[in-house]
Design a protein around this ligand. Structure first.
Ligand code: GLU
Length: 476
């Protein structure tokens, strides 16, 4: 069997990071089995569609280097891959069900539907359509349609039927058809509902494995009823647990932070780190390792091993992975990746010298600015920090002697700077901890910096001496 999987997003806004995780699973599963991965755009709800929605989806997938074999831009044997361009097809299939008596026209008005809902609620039942047009004579219905009346097409859901399917992740799942009301297949605007379109397309596009978020589980029995009504073979279903917020509570949502797939890249996460992170959310390879490439993932991933439980989107782990991936890059590769994050005014000629000093400490690429600003800009120095464990007189003396010592240097290098500073420390029997920390604060305004002597070297002679002079001119 040729494995065919798909991602079927709706163009309703920025792509969620969860959709990238879903795309990744569908993609590797197809590739692992030598199959194909299809991108289909489900744009049948025009009210929720956003401008450039399709472009946004493709841009996000491309940014994470997930490619598809067939799709709206590429075409393919089952094109078009945009549901809004397949409307006739859905109508034809709805007609087949009407002709077979498995679907019917319904003219219930908004008011009637509201009344049904209220009645059901008053009786403590879930609101649902009461089936009043199920047995309405077809000729009468057709006459009303010819007269221009609005209608929808509904599926005639059989009563008292058990609908079961085996979910690859969750095992046996059963529903009773009495829990399902007669689904709308074609809306009054002539567009199909998600349920009809998804089934028709998955069948016609020969999708073998439907892997999607678990929020679609309750739709699956409706889809199965449709497969049965058409007499089509069911695909394999796998419903994948959703991500929870980093604190493990509640579905990961926009309200709790930015969940847009592209925003992670904009925040300075590397795409390979995010992909690795998405791989191990809810799944671990047999040997429990956490760092793996796309090729390794493709070889080892098995749907059956996916966690049944929702997993927290553990940002700390993503940060850890990102650091690892950053450090795997050569300085040259890292420089390329950093380009968009290097602030205006940064002394480009010093990049080569500074980069190795901060590479270890970058969690995201965006940290670069904050970690390197003091190399080229004077930062405020707090006197309380400067005077820690020392009297103002001592600090002044230390600064003065350091200035004199360093001024004599011809070769401004970490080693020569170190020699001067260590000599002073020994000669005057200063406490090393206090003296070195005081210098760090004096030069950078910060307690946490790369190694002191290399930092002073990178700041440059003129600027370093100027910073000390400036401090000596101040009252403290
Ligand atoms: N259009 C649905 C979505 O936006 C597709 C769900 C499915 O994969 O069946 O997620």
């Amino acid at each position: 069997m040729l494995v065919r999987t798909r991602l079927a997003p709706s163009p309703t806004g920025a792509m969620h990071i969860g959709s990238i995780a879903m795309a990744l699973k569908n993609y590797v599963f197809a590739k692992k089995h030598g199959g194909q991965f299809i991108l289909r755009i489900e744009d049948t709800d025009k009210t929720r569609e956003v401008k450039n929605g399709v472009a946004q989806i493709m841009e996000a997938l491309h940014a994470y280097q997930i490619d598809w074999d067939e799709g709206p831009d590429k075409g393919g044997p089952y094109e078009p891959y945009l549901q809004s361009r397949r409307l006739d097809l859905y109508r034809q299939y709805a007609q087949i069900l009407i002709d077979r008596g498995q679907a019917y026209y319904c003219f219930a008005t908004r008011e009637e539907l509201a009344e049904m809902r209220q009645k059901a609620l008053a009786m403590g039942k879930p609101p649902r359509y009461d089936g009043r047009y199920r047995d309405y004579p077809r000729e009468k219905a057709q006459a009303r349609i010819r007269a221009g009346e609005k209608y929808v097409i509904r599926l005639k859901v059989p009563s008292h039927q058990e609908i079961g399917f085996t979910d690859l992740i969750r095992g046996q799942i059963k529903f009773n058809s009495d829990e399902i009301s007669d689904q709308i297949l074609i809306k009054s605007d002539g567009y199909p509902t998600y349920h009809l379109a998804v089934v028709v397309d998955d069948h016609l596009m020969k999708i073998t494995h439907v892997m999607r978020g678990e929020e679609w589980i309750s739709s699956t029995p409706k889809h199965i009823l449709l497969y049965q009504a058409f007499g089509w073979k069911l695909p394999v279903f796998a419903h994948i647990p959703v991500f929870l917020n980093p604190n493990g509570k509640g579905k990961m949502s926009k309200r709790k932070g930015d969940v847009a797939a592209l925003s992670f890249l904009q925040k300075g996460y590397l795409k390979e780190a995010v992909l690795n992170f998405l791989m191990i959310l809810g799944w671990t390879p047999k040997d429990q390792r956490e760092i793996l490439s796309l090729t390794e993932y493709q070889q080892e991933f098995d749907l059956k091993d996916l966690s049944h439980n929702a997993v927290a989107f553990d940002i700390k782990k993503l940060n850890w992975l990102n650091g690892i991936y950053i450090r795997q890059l050569t300085d040259q590769q890292l420089t390329e990746r950093l380009r968009p994050f290097i602030p205006e005014g940064f002394p480009q000629d010093k990049l080569e010298q500074i980069l190795p000093l901060v590479k270890e400490r970058l969690v995201t690429l965006a940290d670069f600015d904050q970690l390197t600003r003091f190399f080229w800009q004077r930062m405020p120095v707090e006197s309380a920090q400067l005077l820690k464990r020392a009297t103002p007189n001592l600090v002044k003396k230390q600064l003065k002697l350091t200035l004199t010592g360093l001024s004599q240097l011809d070769q401004w290098q970490a080693a020569t700077i170190e020699a001067i500073i260590r000599n002073l420390e020994i000669e005057h029997q200063w406490q090393r901890k206090q003296y070195f920390m005081m210098l760090r604060i004096a030069f950078t305004g910060s307690k946490a910096t790369p190694p002191l002597f290399q930092t002073i070297a990178a700041i440059g002679k003129n600027e370093s001496l100027a910073r000390i002079k400036l401090l000596l001119d101040q009252e403290f």
